[in-house]
Design a binder for this molecule. Structure first.
Ligand code: NAD
Length: 294
């Protein structure tokens, strides 16, 4: 049984702290909303007055806060826990924050011999309740092994992404895809509905094609990621097909923000002579634009 400080008891933090409590640990909880601590206190958690108070005597300190500003405040602000941490305490930040903030916070702590993991989570509040989160962890192997029994109470998948800061970076990459794809999905279903299609039927059809199966699992592993850019489906044809869809969105006056931007990317790939290569080779074009080795 360990003493665990938990700071930030919102949609995610409260059920996570509860799962630590259920796992038999002593939980010292803090949130700026004092009412957020009531339910947990009734279940046996200790309500703390500040981050420093929460961390007093704790072997582990978790934060689950909105952004880097609040994490910084909890660590280094007035009554921040940097003052009550010692070299045996492990700080685990599970918030989604800018990697540059993670780098700065971890460097300041390391300069005083204090240990930190960044461990942002994938999945949603329901998974926090069920203890089925996915953790993307940055930090040393030994710190991760130290944290693992606690993370196992909160999640069912732990991925070590590299040194401190790499968990935060993985989370940003993951969110880029998931948040942008959400808009593309909304654009697509809006187009389906405006075209007079039954949306459920459209989803059923697309679940059986690359549209719904997703490039990461359906096309990229077989094509561009294995060095094969000979066409299964050519960029020229993708450019043509997206053009047909954009003409249709224009006629129906449905939004096509991401579709319009995607067509530009296919056009650029064509201008670089990739037109008769596989559509996944647009990845090579984008890497060239980013100045990466191809
Ligand atoms: P939330 O707003 O429900 O919870 C944040 C909590 O932090 C609140 O209870 C708030 O009062 C508290 N807080 C704010 N400033 C504080 C401070 N200085 N000191 C102490 N407590 C403070 O947000 P959430 O949905 O729980 O998200 C938390 C983090 O998890 C965010 O970084 C979010 O991006 C990330 N995340 C959320 C989800 C999700 O599905 N909700 C999924 C994955 C990751």
């Amino acid at each position: 049984m360990s003493t665990v400080a938990f700071i930030g008891l919102g949609l995610m933090g409260e059920p996570m702290a509860r799962n630590l409590l259920k796992g038999g640990h002593i939980v010292r909880a803090f949130d700026v909303r004092t009412d957020a601590m009531t339910a947990l206190a009734n279940e046996g958690a200790v309500s703390a007055d500040s981050p420093a108070d929460a961390a007093a005597g704790a072997e582990y300190i978790f934060t689950m806060l909105p952004s880097g500003k609040e994490v910084n405040q909890a660590v280094f602000g007035e009554n921040g826990f940097a003052q009550s941490m010692n070299e045996n305490t492990l700080f685990i930040d599970t918030s989604t924050i800018l990697p540059a903030d993670t780098d700065e916070i971890s460097a300041k702590l390391a300069a005083n011999g204090r240990k930190m993991l960044d461990a942002p989570v994938g999945r949603l509040a329901q998974n926090a309740i069920e203890g089925t989160l996915l953790f993307m962890v940055g930090g040393s192997e030994s710190d991760l092994e130290n944290a693992r029994p606690l993370l196992n109470l909160l999640g069912d998948e732990i991925v070590h992404c590299g040194a401190v800061g790499m968990g935060a970076r993985m989370k940003i990459v993951n969110n880029y895809q998931s948040t942008a794809l959400n808009i593309l999905t909304a654009e697509t279903l809006t187009l389906a509905e405006a075209s007079g299609l039954d949306v459920k039927l459209a989803i059923k059809v697309m679940s059986e094609t690359t549209a719904g199966r997703g490039h990461m699992s359906a096309t990229y592993p077989k094509q561009v990621l294995s060095g094969n850019i000979e066409p299964g489906f050519m960029i020229d044809l993708a450019h043509k097909d997206l053009g047909l869809a954009l003409e249709t969105t224009a006629a129906l006056r449905t939004p096509a923000f991401l579709g319009a931007a995607a067509r530009q990317a296919y056009s650029i790939a064509q201008s670089k002579g990739q037109g008769r290569k596989d559509w996944t080779s647009v990845y090579i074009t984008l890497k060239q634009l980013a100045g990466l080795d191809t």
